[in-house]
Design a protein around this ligand. Structure first.
Ligand code: OSB
Ligand code: MG
Length: 374
């Protein structure tokens, strides 16, 4: 019987092609935690933990993810060597929080299991597309100039991206949106505030209504569902939630109380691809459009996200950009945009793996954890 023999953790340092500034901070590099789940017959499952270096987007962060994985999640979920991702999911659900760490462990096991079964993640999740429409998330220019913004957006429009998302915050909002809309009257456009506004900011958010935005993402703090519902009554731009949606239950609540009419599904934020699929199914049933968010993933996380984005309810372009949007050198063969789309991997599991020499060169720390003592 196939069982898990060993888990390897790697931390890699990935320089971004340009700094990424949001309302919660600026990043120049991505400190990525990778998991490799190795079976007794030498098959490797791979996953990327999307926690960032510091708790700016959510409370999780890389050091914390390493700790909770090594001390709690791995011992609780895979000590007997199971490679059944549903068993791993159920066992981890008895521990609170830490969805990004849980998602990484579940996905590494899921990938190993699917490779053993010779089945692709896209097929397993229920993909209906062979390629997905791609958008791009544009940070706040470090020099806060509209010229820099237009230059960056221009590069993405030329590259073929099918939707532009502008990061906004108080002081960097209406002007930026107006400039991009006036330069590209027809491009699908949306904004993401990462919780930077308050319940009193209805007027400034309404000031962006004339620019034909697909949605505004997470304007208010993550715990303020009522605030989002009240805001949705004050603006005509649809409200989309990212940080607030951490589970099927929160998605159901947000929809029922009209706090969101569109949902960004990020597997790390909700604890994995199994939970992501359930949120997708619920939203499809409720007629709520979803799209696949991103966390500046390497090719490992990107491959799995692209598979998820191929499900039928993902009707809006995702933050599933090409490798070159983020990194000069990706750790997998690069994802390349073709007519504004990325191809869904078809190989077993997530369909890609790190190039050993590149992984080796970028690794700053690694650990081996024996998981099964038969
Ligand atoms: O809020 O969607 C977000 C990146 C890091 C953390 C949070 C977010 C983002 C992005 C970039 O917007 C998405 C991507 O291109 O990966
Ligand atoms: Mg977001």
């Amino acid at each position: 019987m196939t069982r898990l023999a060993e888990l390897r953790l790697y931390r890699i340092d990935m320089p971004l092609v340009r700094p990424f500034r949001t309302s919660f901070g600026t990043q120049d590099t991505r400190d990525v935690l990778l998991l490799q789940a190795i079976t007794n017959d030498g098959i490797s499952g791979w996953a990327e933990c999307v926690a960032m270096e510091w708790p700016g987007y959510s409370y999780e962060y890389v050091d914390g993810a390493v700790d909770v994985l090594a001390e709690h999640l791995i011992p609780a979920a895979v000590a007997d060597g199971t490679i059944d991702p549903h068993v791993v999911h159920r066992r981890m659900s008895r521990l609170m929080g830490h969805p990004m760490a849980k998602a990484a462990l579940e996905t590494a096991v899921l990938d190993a299991w699917l490779r053993t079964e010779q089945r692709s993640l896209a097929d397993y999740l229920g993909a209906v597309r062979t390629e997905v429409d791609c958008g791009v998330s544009v940070g706040i220019p470090v020099d806060e100039s509209i010229d820099s913004l237009l230059e960056e957006v221009s590069g993405y429009v030329d590259a073929g991206y099918r939707r532009i998302k502008l990061k906004i915050q108080p002081g960097w909002d209406v002007q930026a949106v107006r400039a991009v809309r006036e330069t590209w009257p027809d491009i699908p456009l949306q904004t993401d505030a990462n919780q930077a506004y308050t319940r009193d900011d209805g007027p400034v958010l309404a000031a962006m209504d004339p620019y034909d935005l697909l949605l505004v993402e997470q304007p208010l703090p993550e715990d303020d569902l009522l605030g989002h519902a009240l805001l949705a009554q004050q603006i005509s731009t649809p409200v989309c939630l990212d940080e607030s949606i951490i589970s099927v239950a929160t998605a159901d609540t947000a929809i029922a109380f009209k706090a969101a009419s569109i949902i960004n599904i990020k597997p790390g934020r909700v604890g994995g691809y199994l939970e992501s699929r359930e949120i997708h199914d619920l939203c499809l049933e409720r007629g709520v459009p979803v799209w696949c968010g991103g966390m500046l993933e390497t090719g490992v996380g990107r491959a799995a996200n692209v598979a998820l984005a191929a499900l039928p309810g993902f009707t809006l372009p995702g933050d599933t950009s090409a490798s070159s949007r983020y990194y000069a050198v990706d750790i997998t063969p690069p994802f390349v945009l073709d007519d504004g789309r990325l191809r869904v991997p078809t190989g077993p599991g997530i369909g890609v793996e790190p190039v050993p020499a590149i992984l080796d060169e970028l690794t700053t720390w690694s650990a081996v954890i024996d998981v099964a003592n038969p």
